[in-house]
Design a protein around this ligand. Structure first.
Ligand SMILES: [Zn+2]
Length: 293
């Protein structure tokens, strides 16, 4: 199978999974991948993502001119083109309307709290790009503000957008966002959301290097740092995460060597502390890494 026919098949498969998981209804959503250095392979306008065939895809250039295909390219093509323009590292873009994450986007609540280690190490946080009329030039402008620092974002009153170094990487980030949204919703319904302390967020960020996780920008858990970047005129330079100053509380105690992973953390009686053994944490992170591959 050639690279192009493999990518056509991959788009069909990702569309099928998105539809099966309820991330899209009817003809919602769109998917694109880079085809070499100067072309894109993209889902067409007005088809259900659950029932696509490889021959339906369009090939366009990086300015959106159709080069091949019986159908017209996706109505959200401008948003895809903007992402590829801003991020030379991105190979694939996925857009869908997963209902729980989109609920947060409708409520205007970003998924930016330090709650789950695997989300912090992979996506950092998920901001909300300001509302823009779908399929117009307003939408790429709203996305442009965040795409340099984030691999995933909510689109206000619309849906979610994820990008990746390959198509499955971009798709799995969509799964992570919807999963994170579900967990956040349940925790908030239960009336309690214990946040991971700022020091621990910094430590988890260090694991990105250890596990070779690529992120477009560092996490910024200190509001003073985020404010300084904002005042410097470029809010896109860090992934803003809400995390409390924890007085040195950690999920992993200092005396557990990352290399061995054998020692269990000492129990702490401090109220409100989230406790995970190193094994539990590394299993979470390994899952996240697997999902990125
Ligand atoms: Zn949409």
């Amino acid at each position: 199978m050639t690279n192009e026919s493999q990518l056509r098949a991959d788009i069909v498969e990702v569309g099928r999974r998105m539809y099966a998981r309820g991330y899209t209804a009817s003809n919602d959503g769109n998917i694109s991948v880079r085809l070499g250095s100067d072309r894109l392979l993209m889902t067409p306008k007005s088809v259900c993502k659950g029932f696509m065939t490889p021959d339906m895809m369009c090939i366009t250039d990086l300015d959106g001119r159709k080069l091949q295909g019986d159908r017209d390219p996706s109505s959200e093509m401008l948003m895809h083109l903007e992402v590829y323009r801003q991020r030379s590292d991105v190979q694939a873009v996925v857009h869908a309307h997963p209902p729980i994450a989109t609920g947060f986007a409708v409520a205007g609540i970003p998924l930016d709290r330090a709650v789950l280690a695997e989300v912090l190490t992979t996506l950092g946080s998920i901001p909300i790009a300001e509302y823009a009329t779908p399929s117009t030039r307003e939408l790429p402008e709203a996305v442009r503000k965040y795409i340099k620092a984030y691999d995933g974002m909510l689109l206000a009153n619309h849906g979610a957008l994820t990008v990746g170094g390959d198509l499955y990487g971009a798709y799995y980030k969509m799964e992570t966002i919807e999963h994170f949204a579900k967990i956040s919703l349940v925790a908030r319904l239960l009336g309690r959301e214990n946040l991971i302390a700022r020091e621990e967020v910094d430590r988890l960020q260090g694991l990105r290097g250890t596990y070779g996780i690529k992120a477009p920008a560092p996490i910024c858990a200190d509001p003073a740092d985020a404010l300084a970047l904002l005042q410097a005129g470029d809010p896109a330079l860090c992934q803003v995460v809400q995390a409390p100053e924890g007085g040195g509380q950690r999920l992993i105690p200092d005396d557990v060597a990352l290399e061995t992973g054998s020692a269990a953390p000492k129990p702490s009686a401090e109220a409100g502390e989230i406790r995970l053994t190193y094994r539990e944490l590394s299993a979470l992170i390994e899952d996240a890494i697997r999902s990125l591959r």
